[in-house]
Design a protein around this ligand. Structure first.
Ligand SMILES: Nc1ncnc2c1ncn2[C@@H]1O[C@H](COP(=O)(O)OP(=O)(O)OP(=O)(O)O)[C@@H](O)[C@H]1O
Ligand SMILES: [Mg+2]
Length: 343
């Protein structure tokens, strides 16, 4: 079940803000003016292809890496990152892309190490460690070396370690990469629980469904800039509508439908103006742009009847975040008519 979208009204305090964030590695420009504004208590997802700079953003915002020359102001948890990094560090927790878990010691020992880093008194540290291990379903495994944990258990331990200092803002860099679907859903549930505690979550992900499920706002990072930002629905509206996919069993029926569609499209009248149905000779499918509404579908079906096209299977494809991602990051074109995926 998707997380209920929280409002992002102007009077909500800001958890993270950055203007014109820049970063280069040598002469390679990675961030070329990234603006962020994340209201407290919300989930923000930063999407982007491999190498887009997601981890770089997380590292800068969490004080692990300095912002590049020419960057504007950055505030995290109400503190100025440039002048007061100590206060920023006290307010945040970071679960990096690559595990911070030490495999040689037990899960419990990893937790106690974090408690020491946060200067918790011994007794308090033990209590917090036991509480978090229980919350993440790791009590039984607590005394075993972390190297014996599964990927999902390690990820949970990683996040439990991040929570030791009770941070109000959490950065999660690809929290579910490599997890199986059940572990991924467990992690989503954990993230939702954090939110209900009022924590702000900044996550990066490659999984569009993850952003769709969890995030109040999503930003797509591409070519060093935010290519688009908004709610999942707003982003989906940015790209052209979906399409209807017609599949034929019989190659002859497919070919005559393709010709009929092409002729109908080329003819100025009669019939509604429709861009040509893109043929795919291998899978015997034709795709016709459509917004998938009942009204459109009815008129499309009437039109297909009128030109004598009868498919063996008809599926409606509405745009999803994958389409947005491909459209914005240039991996493919949103209007790519040969796209196979149908939902
Ligand atoms: N320490 C570094 N020195 C030089 N180049 C770096 C360094 N760290 C990252 N880069 C480069 O900067 C770019 C952005 O890297 P970053 O790790 O931020 O991307 P990412 O979006 O997190 O990618 P992924 O999805 O693969 O985790 C990449 O081209 C990467 O090779
Ligand atoms: Mg990364």
């Amino acid at each position: 079940m998707p997380t209920p979208r929280r409002g992002t009204s102007k009077d909500q305090p800001t958890a993270v803000s950055a203007t014109g964030l820049r970063k280069s590695y040598g002469d390679k420009l990675v961030l070329d003016g990234v603006d962020l504004h994340i209201p407290a208590g919300s989930v923000f997802a930063l999407l982007g292809p491999n190498g887009a700079g997601k981890t770089t953003v997380v590292k800068i915002l969490s004080t692990l890496l300095s912002a590049g020359e020419g960057s504007g102001g950055i505030r995290v948890g109400g503190h100025d990152l440039a002048t007061d990094p100590q206060s920023v560090r006290a307010a945040i927790g970071v679960t990096g892309q690559f595990s911070a878990v030490d495999g040689l010691i037990t899960g419990e020992e990893n937790m106690l190490l974090m408690a020491d880093l946060h200067h918790l008194p011994r007794r308090e540290g033990k209590r917090v460690a036991a509480e978090l291990l229980a919350r993440f379903g790791l009590t039984e495994a607590a005394k075993k070396p972390a190297s014996t944990y599964s990927g999902g258990m390690k990820r949970r331990l990683d996040l439990a370690m991040t929570l030791v200092g009770d941070p109000r803002i959490i950065f999660l860099d690809e929290p579910t990469t490599g997890l199986d679907p059940r572990s991924r859903h467990n992690m989503w549930q954990i993230i939702r629980e954090l939110l209900s505690d009022g924590v702000t979550v900044f996550l990066t992900t490659q999984y569009l469904e993850e952003a769709d499920q969890l995030a109040d706002r999503i930003a797509v990072l591409h070519d060093g800039r935010i290519a688009a930002e908004g709610t999942a629905d707003e982003l989906k509206r940015l790209i052209p509508g979906g399409h209807i996919r017609l599949r034929f069993d019989d190659p002859a029926a497919y070919r005559s439908a393709a010709v009929a569609l092409r002729d109908a499209t080329l003819a100025p009248a009669p019939g509604p103006a429709r861009p040509g149905g893109a043929p795919d000779d291998e899978s015997l499918t034709l795709q016709i742009p459509s917004d998938g509404t009942q009204r459109e579908l009815r008129s499309l079906l009437d039109w297909l009847d009128s030109i004598g096209v009868e498919a063996d299977e008809l599926t409606v494809h509405t745009p999803d975040l994958d389409d947005v991602f491909f459209a914005l990051t240039g991996g493919s074109d949103a209007t790519d008519q040969t796209k196979e995926t149908v939902r």
